[in-house]
Design a protein around this ligand. Structure first.
Ligand SMILES: NC(=O)c1ccc[n+]([C@@H]2O[C@H](COP(=O)([O-])OP(=O)(O)OC[C@H]3O[C@@H](n4cnc5c(N)ncnc54)[C@H](O)[C@@H]3O)[C@@H](O)[C@H]2O)c1
Ligand SMILES: [Zn+2]
Length: 363
C-alpha cells in the first residue's frame, strides 16, 4: 500500500492527509503518541470498512468502541447527535480519548462537532468514505450540524489530527455520489486552478467510471488546494477559504427547499454553480461566452432537475447565513481560477440570474 501525503500546515495543529488504495491499514502507524482509546463513530451501512478500522487499531493495541450512526442530513441534527454524548460518557470516554469519524461528509461534520464539544474538545481522526468527503469535507476542520432555519448554522472549527482517504472504499458508492463528488472537485478547479479544471473536463468519463488513476489524482489535487486554503485562512476570515463557498448559497437553499431529499450535496452544488455563473454574468464580471461554455459543462452532468418555482428558493438564498446587513455575499467567477466576493447583489440581480438559468435549462 502506498499512500500519498498532503500536509495541512497549521503550526501546532498541523496534520497529514493520506490518500491511497488500502490506506486504512496504515492508520495505527500514522497515529503515534497519546492515548490508545478509540471511539469510532461510523456510518452504520459501512460494515466492512468498520471491520477494517477495528482490526487495524486493535492489532496495534488500541481499545475500540463503536458507535454506529445513521448517515445523511438527519444525522446533522441536535436530536441525533445528543445521544452520542451520552454513549461516550457511558463508555468512559475521557479528555484523552480519540474519536474516529468513519463515513461521508455528514458523519464527518457531525462526529467532528461532537469531538469539538465533548469535554471541551477531544482529538479526532477523519476517515472519509465518500468521494465528496475524501476530496473536500474530510479536510479542514469545519464541523457542524444543521438548524431548521438553514444548513451548517451550528458548528465549530476543530481540526482533525489525521485524515485517511482509503480509495478502495469508493468502489461501493452509488453513482449519484460519484457525480456529487465530481461537483465539489469541479468547484475546486473553477475557484483555484484552471489546469485542474481542464483535467477534470478531459477525464470526465474516466472520473464517472471510477478510473482509479483519475479519482486518485482528483482527490490529491483537491486536498492539496483545500489544505492550502485552510493553512492560509483557517477560520474563513480573509476570503481565501470563503471562495470554496462558490455555488453553495444557492446549493444550500436548494437542499433546504427540497428538505435534503431531492439532491445530494454535490448535486445541489452543481446547480448552485450554474446559478452562480448566471449571477456572475448578470453582475457583469463573467463574459457571456465563457459563462455559457462552463454552464454547458455542468449541464452535461446527470443531476436531478430543479423545482419549478423559484420564488421560495430565492427567499432561502436571501436568508442564507452569509447575509450581512440584509444583503447576501456571493462568490462570483471572473474566469476559471479567479473568483471575487460580491456584497452588492440585489434582489433584482437574483431574479435576473434565475431567469437566465431557467432559459438555459429550458433551452
Ligand atoms: N465540513 C466541510 O468542509 C464540508 C464540505 C463539503 C460538504 N460538507 C457536508 O458534507 C455532507 C455531504 O457529504 P456526503 O455526500 O459524503 O454525504 P453522506 O455522508 O450522506 O454520504 C452519502 C451517502 O453515501 C453513503 N456512503 C458513505 N460511504 C460509502 C461507501 N464507501 N460506499 C457506499 N456508500 C457509502 C452514505 O451512507 C450516504 O447514503 C453535507 O452535509 C455537506 O454540508 C462539509
Ligand atoms: Zn460543499
Amino acid at each position: 500500500m502506498t499512500a500519498r501525503r498532503v500536509r495541512v500546515a497549521l503550526g501546532a495543529r498541523a496534520y497529514d492527509v493520506r490518500v491511497g488504495a488500502g490506506a486504512l491499514a496504515g492508520l495505527p502507524a500514522w497515529l503515534r503518541g497519546g492515548s490508545r482509546r478509540a471511539f469510532v463513530v461510523s456510518d452504520e451501512a459501512l460494515v466492512a470498512a468498520r471491520g477494517k478500522v477495528r482490526r487495524a487499531l486493535t492489532q496495534a493495541g488500541w481499545r475500540v468502541d463503536e458507535l454506529p450512526v445513521c448517515a445523511g442530513e438527519r444525522l446533522k441534527d441536535m436530536g441525533s447527535v445528543y445521544p452520542l454524548y451520552g454513549r461516550l460518557l457511558e463508555l468512559g470516554a475521557d479528555r484523552h480519548s480519540v474519536l474516529f469519524a468513519l463515513g461521508g461528509g455528514t458523519v464527518g461534520d457531525a462526529a467532528g462537532f461532537v469531538a469539538s464539544t465533548y469535554m471541551r474538545g477531544i482529538r479526532w481522526v477523519s476517515l472519509p468514505t465518500t468521494l465528496l468527503a475524501q476530496l473536500d469535507s474530510g479536510v479542514g476542520g469545519k464541523t457542524g450540524i444543521n438548524h431548521e432555519v438553514g444548513k451548517n448554522l451550528i458548528g465549530s472549527f476543530h481540526q482533525p489530527s489525521l485524515v485517511v482517504c482509503d480509495t478502495d472504499l469508493l468502489a461501493t458508492l452509488d453513482d449519484r455520489d460519484v457525480v456529487s463528488g465530481l461537483g465539489e472537485a469541479i468547484k475546486i478547479g473553477l475557484v483555484y486552478d484552471p489546469r485542474f479544471c481542464a483535467y477534470l473536463v478531459r477525464h470526465l468519463a474516466g472520473f464517472l467510471a471510477r478510473d482509479a488513476r483519475v479519482l486518485n489524482r482528483a482527490i490529491v489535487a483537491s486536498v492539496a488546494w483545500k489544505a492550502r486554503a485552510v493553512a492560509r485562512d483557517e477560520h474563513d476570515r480573509s476570503g481565501e477559504r470563503e471562495a470554496l463557498n462558490f455555488g453553495h448559497t444557492f446549493g444550500h437553499a436548494l437542499e433546504a427547499e427540497t428538505r435534503y431529499r431531492g439532491h445530494r450535496h454535490g448535486e445541489a452544488v452543481i446547480w448552485g454553480m450554474r446559478f452562480a455563473l448566471a449571477l456572475s454574468q448578470v453582475r457583469g464580471v463573467l463574459a457571456s461566452r465563457e459563462g455559457a461554455r462552463l454552464d454547458e459543462l455542468l449541464a452535461s452532468l446527470p443531476v436531478p432537475p430543479l423545482p419549478r418555482s423559484g420564488s421560495k428558493l430565492l427567499s432561502h438564498v436571501k436568508r442564507d447565513k452569509k447575509a450581512r446587513d440584509g444583503r447576501v455575499r456571493f462568490v462570483l467567477l471572473k474566469r476559471p481560477g479567479r473568483v471575487l466576493l460580491d456584497d452588492g447583489v440585489t434582489a433584482g440581480d437574483l431574479e435576473a440570474a434565475w431567469t437566465l438559468l431557467q432559459e438555459r435549462t429550458d433551452g
